[in-house]
Write a protein that binds this ligand. Structure first.
Ligand SMILES: [Zn+2]
Length: 688
């Protein structure tokens, strides 16, 4: 059950054996048909005291986190399995591909990243033209232009909740929240090399240490690039970033939709955010003709704009040089790769070892040509029968959610009718999108890893800019089919369940469905419920920012949320750190709702038949065990600390312990007062 040796390119699939249940090996014959990792359970732990360790205790003591990972669990196992499959597909497809074809582009993109000799030979040459442009910045208009040229579609406020970019600002093109028939450009704060403002401002000793190490990292990168006076420059670059951090909104503030939905006309920028030459900035960002924007964090945009006028140009040039190199380190010689890893992975995440080059190359190829790779992936690994089975399950989950809405005693008929309308118009994508993205405009050159990445990012940016002024396409996907994840698109009222998450141990054709309901079923329920949680309540069926709840219903929902937030605030992963109940509230509500709905859907799917017994466990027990095993995870301390600061989700352990909010869990495991996770019925927070 320990993690096996690392994969090598085209190596054996041994690494996937790290997940103890043989049924996790989709490619291997199932030698144990039961479908859960029963030997991974620790019978010495009482389920009512620590459900996470009861369900996973023996697995936790035996598993080790691979040296090139910051955490390890079924997500990572599936990600590695999927990466191996994709590497095989890319090589096979590229071998016979015509020049200019998608398969050829994928093959050339991947091969360029693997060509270490060419990368070493080129050194910093691929960045020379950009570095010269930075050297030539002689006034504030040129500075604004250089900053504008860095704007990319690299953030996502509501779907991925990817709120970090090291470019000065990030752009998200999405349907307008007041006018859902049209797209708007959302401008998001950025400019920091570390993950969040807390890393710059939190007085805790651990964060102070990160700051010292970050300054040393900046100096090393500059020195490697042959920039003189690296140490003094690093001090000034860091001071500039710290000033940017002071202007930033916190993660929690940035997640408040009503605070962020600020419409600015183009003419508002010089008045509301003086200091930056906005004409030059937007012209360089190819947004000169854009009249309206949504400015998500106005205080941050104003603060950063002021800094562009106050801070010496020389410091800005150093800042831009450093970030240009930092951002491209994956495509530069090994010394840059190693230094980037040393700070961003080893120090910030606690990961001891860099991932093998081929895996990094797969990640990059997925970023650049995601749907082209996805098309190959689903053709080989997502048979139509599995798509149909997943769609049927989604259908059952939606029906169970509808029944639950009808049963809610506290919900008024007016809110109930709106909720049912919203559920009826939910757009659920299973496996892959109906229409694939067109990459014909993307130029890929074999042997030019750095240039390929720059062109791919610009291609993606322009693809997003091209949406402005076009009707909103609700069938567009925001995740690649080969990604092990799932997402709710709250404004679009749509869900994406990528093909790669629809495989064992989440979704397994070889076991009793109760275990699928506890695993992927709870995830499907989780994503559905996001359309109806504190964020989902803000958007009506059309995606308009229009609270459709009566004030009494919303007050009830918020009171339940307060209680759930308090429950999570009480969890302490470290003596000096507790989980942030407020920051993780939406996700915690979604977990409880998803689990409850999945349970209902499973019961309904029995049509009165009796539940199965497998390995001596009842159907109800199997359901909750499958949930707990689907969230099993080992994580390094630094990574866990970082997650608590920046993540909207609670750590996996506490997501599992949320079973304590469901009456059915108490019945399934006979949990009585006195057990550590026991909550009196009135203290349980079912929300839905
Ligand atoms: Zn979620």
């Amino acid at each position: 059950m320990a993690a096996a040796a690392r994969c090598t390119l085209l190596g054996p699939l041994a690494a996937v054996a790290a997940f103890a249940a043989p049924s996790a090996l989709a490619a291997a014959p199932a030698t144990e048909p039961q479908g859960l990792d029963f030997p991974g359970i620790d019978p010495a732990v009482a389920p009512g005291d620590d459900f996470f360790r009861y369900a996973n205790g023996r697995w936790l003591s035996a598993a080790t986190i691979p040296a090139d990972r910051s955490s390890w669990g079924p997500d990572e196992v599936l990600a590695e399995l999927t990466a191996e499959r994709i590497a095989g597909l890319i090589q096979e497809a590229a071998a016979s591909a015509q020049p200019g074809s998608e398969a050829r582009k994928i093959g050339d993109y991947y091969a360029s990243l693997l060509d270490e000799a060419a990368i070493e030979r080129l050194g910093l040459k691929p960045l020379e033209a950009d570095l010269r442009r930075i050297d030539a910045i002689g006034d504030r208009a040129q500075l604004a232009r250089a900053l504008g040229e860095t704007l990319r579609a690299d953030v996502d406020i509501l779907n991925y909740t990817q709120l970090h970019t090291d470019n000065l600002f990030g752009l998200w093109v999405a349907q307008d929240l007041d006018d859902p028939a049209h797209y708007s450009p959302f401008l998001v704060q950025g400019g920091l090399g570390m993950p969040d403002r807390d890393y710059y401002l939190d007085p805790a000793a651990k964060m102070a240490r990160m700051r010292a190490l970050y300054q040393a990292h900046i100096a090393t990168v500059l020195r490697q690039a042959g920039v003189p006076d690296a140490r003094a420059k690093a001090v000034r670059i860091f001071a500039l970033e710290r000033s940017i951090a002071r202007a930033h909104w916190s993660r929690a503030q940035s997640e408040e939709v009503l605070r962020g939905n600020n419409h600015w006309l183009r003419a508002d920028f010089p008045r509301r955010a003086p200091g930056l030459d906005w004409d030059a900035y937007f012209a360089a960002a190819e947004l000169a003709a854009q009249g309206k924007f949504v400015v998500w964090q106005p205080g941050a945009v104003a603060g950063v704009a002021a800094l562009t006028a106050q801070v010496p140009l020389a410091t800005w040039r150093d800042y831009l040089r450093f970030h240009l190199i930092e951002r491209n380190s994956a495509y530069l010689p090994q010394a840059f790769v190693a230094e980037h890893f040393a700070f961003h992975e080893r120090i910030l995440q606690g990961t001891p070892q860099l991932k093998p080059r081929w895996q990094r190359a797969i990640d990059e190829t997925n970023d650049a040509l995601g749907e082209a790779v996805g098309k190959l992936y689903v053709a080989h690994y997502f048979p139509p029968a599995e798509k149909a089975r997943a769609e049927a399950m989604v259908h059952n989950l939606v029906a169970a959610f509808a029944a639950r809405i009808d049963r809610l005693a506290w919900m008024s008929p007016a809110t109930r009718a709106q909720a049912q309308a919203k559920l009826a118009s939910l757009q659920v994508g299973v496996g892959y999108p109906d229409h694939w993205r067109d990459y014909s405009g993307l130029q890929v050159e074999r042997g030019d890893a750095c240039g390929n990445a720059a062109r791919a990012q610009l291609f993606e940016y322009r693809r997003n800019l091209a949406k402005l002024g076009r009707p909103v396409d609700r069938s567009e996907w925001v995740m690649n089919p080969q990604l092990v994840n799932a997402v709710n698109l709250p404004a679009m009222n749509a869900l994406n369940f990528p093909a790669a998450v629809l495989q064992p141990p989440y979704f397994d054709p070889g076991r009793d469905p109760v275990m699928d309901y506890g695993a992927i079923g709870a995830t499907i329920g989780h994503e559905i419920s996001h359309s109806f949680d504190d964020q989902g309540a803000l958007f009506d069926a059309n995606g308009r920012l229009n609270n459709w709840w009566t004030s009494e219903d919303l007050a009830h929902f918020r009171a339940a949320g307060d209680r759930l937030a308090a429950q999570f605030d009480a969890y302490r992963p470290f003596p000096d750190v507790s989980v942030h109940g407020r920051q993780t509230l939406s996700e915690n509500i979604a977990d409880v709702a998803g689990l409850a709905v999945a349970f209902d859907a499973w019961r309904a799917s029995l049509h009165g038949a009796s539940a199965p017994i497998v390995s001596g466990f009842s159907g109800e027990q199997l359901f909750f065990l499958s949930f707990a095993q689907s969230w099993r995870e080992k994580i390094r301390d630094q990574a866990l600390r970082g997650e608590i600061v920046t993540d909207g989700h609670a750590p996996s352990e506490y997501r599992v312990d949320t079973v304590r909010n469901l009456d059915a869990w108490y019945q399934a495991f006979g949990v009585r007062p006195g057990a550590k996770l026991y909550l009196a019925p009135e203290d349980r927070v079912p929300v839905w």
